[in-house]
Design a binder for this molecule. Structure first.
Ligand SMILES: [Zn+2]
Length: 110
């Protein structure tokens, strides 16, 4: 029987491992902007947060994105991301629902 391996990623705020499709990607673009990346396809350094508002708040509290993105992220950027997340949450859920459950990890790995 073929073993399905669901790609796991760690939320940088609460440190929980979750299937990649349940996490929302935050990307630092080559231009230095910190943005929500719903589809996970933007180029730049990425960090993952649980798809829930509480982890955006937690990330702000413990400066998790500063560390994950290796750049100082201002408090106002965290606030903007949290508000943006609320705005795009429905779109994010719809995108999640469109993904297959057994998406293969790209490039193999451990
Ligand atoms: Zn989390």
């Amino acid at each position: 029987m073929r073993v399905r391996r669901v790609p796991q990623r760690k939320c940088v705020a609460c440190q929980e491992q979750r299937p990649k499709k349940e996490l929302i990607r935050i990307v630092r673009t080559p231009a230095g902007e910190v943005l929500i990346d719903i589809t996970g396809k933007k180029s730049g350094r990425g960090a993952y947060l649980c798809g829930k508002a509480s982890c955006f708040l937690l990330a702000k509290k413990n400066r998790a994105l500063d560390r994950a993105l290796k750049v100082p992220v201002g408090g106002e950027v965290y606030d903007t991301l949290a508000q943006e997340f609320i705005r795009v949450e429905d779109e994010f859920r719809a995108y999640q629902a469109s993904l297959p459950d057994d998406e293969e990890e790209e490039g193999g790995g451990a």
